[in-house]
Design a protein around this ligand. Structure first.
Ligand code: DAH
Length: 361
């Protein structure tokens, strides 16, 4: 027995001394492998008498277990050591400051989008998304544009080849002419109460100083049981005050027409022209800023929402247009020319946060 104790001591010492996985494996083979020391002793059991064999057999099995446990513990310790060495070797100092000579800048559209999201988020709006390739139903019919209605032509729609698998108006594919399409997707998918905005690209065949074939819109939709025009006015006045950073910004709502809202309105903000420069705020002039209204009962019905139970408001705004007003950019087309000098002038630094915090009343 004492020879077993001595063998155990010897093997445990070599296990402890193994400094990498390969030498640990060598130690294992020397002890427990086919020609290992413990295995040799096992083989000698055959020549013993039964009592001695049982006693010795049990002792050797215990020895095997103990050595296996030792080896596993050593292997775990070696792996941990290896990992620590690797982590130390691959360590990166993330505290380096950004390089002052940074190139590139954030496009004014991206910055404006971030600002809008930040402001509407404080009013409890979440973000919704919808596809840029749409069908006639989502772009027009569900939004209460009657068939052959002249407003369909007003949109200068880009049509794509029909979807061979679609039926009727769902076969007509087009590039969405406005983000109002997302209202329909949201109402088809969610139950009220709803409070969402969506921001994205829209497309119309038009090109001059104030029109480009692709432009961005932000759309808002609020549906609940008692939502009314007062909520609409407060929500949009608050947004404009924060967005333009003018806490006493004069606003007015003029009656208008959109097929998908009733009543419909356009919102103007106060402005002045001083020395040929536009200033947002109190002044002699008004500037149209967005379209809005109470969601038409037909639109609710088209999306499976009962207009007897629910009502709400919607609004839509051109993102380039408000960015031009806010940042004094005179020509819409320049947004998409990728002129590096223009981007340097009107762009924002990567670390620049949407500046809404400075703009709360
Ligand atoms: N979809 C309109 C457009 O592209 C903008 C708009 C007006 C959206 C009124 C609305 C709204 O949701 O209520 O001109």
């Amino acid at each position: 027995m004492s020879s077993i104790e001595a063998l155990k001591k010897e093997i445990v010492e070599t296990v402890q001394a193994a400094n990498d996985m390969q030498s640990l494996e060598d130690v294992r083979i020397q002890a427990l492998g086919k020609k290992g020391k413990v295995t040799d002793l096992m083989k000698s059991l055959g020549g013993m008498d039964p009592d001695q064999r049982r006693e010795m057999g049990q002792a050797l099995n215990r020895l095997k277990d103990e050595i296996t446990t030792e080896i596993e513990a050593r292997a775990a310790a070696l792996k941990r050591k290896e990992m620590e060495e690797r982590l130390a070797g691959e360590k990166l100092d993330m505290t380096l400051s950004t390089r002052p000579e940074q190139q590139g800048s954030i496009h004014p559209i991206s910055q404006t989008i971030e600002e809008m999201i930040a402001i509407f988020a404080t009013m409890g709006f979440t973000l919704a998304e919808g596809p840029e390739i749409e069908d006639d139903f989502h772009n027009f019919t569900a939004l209460n544009f009657p068939p052959e209605h002249p407003a369909r032509q007003m949109h200068d729609t880009f049509y794509l080849p029909n979807d061979p698998n679609g039926k009727g108006e769902e076969a007509t594919r087009l590039l969405r002419t406005h983000t109002s399409t997302v209202q329909i997707h949201v109402m088809q998918e969610q139950k009220p109460p709803i409070r969402v905005i969506t921001l994205g690209r829209t497309f119309r065949s038009d090109y001059d100083m104030t029109h480009t074939p692709m432009f961005h819109q932000v759309e808002g939709l609020v549906i609940d049981k008692t939502t009314h025009m007062g909520h609409l006015k407060h929500c949009l006045s608050t947004f404009c005050k924060k967005f333009f950073g003018v806490s006493d910004l004069p606003v007015r709502f003029r009656p208008s027409y959109f097929p998908f809202t009733e009543p419909s309105a356009e919102m103007d903000i106060g402005c002045a022209v001083n020395d040929g420069k536009l200033e947002i705020g109190a002044g002699q002039n008004w500037m149209e800023i967005l379209g809005c209204g109470m969601v038409h009962p037909n639109v609710l019905k088209n999306c499976g929402i009962d207009p007897e139970e629910y009502q709400g408001f919607a609004f839509g705004m051109g993102i380039e247009r408000v960015a031009m007003l806010k940042y004094g950019i005179p020509d819409l087309r320049t947004f998409f020319e990728s002129d590096i000098r223009w981007l340097r002038h009107y762009g924002f630094g990567p670390a620049e946060q949407p500046n809404t915090a400075l703009r709360s009343e």
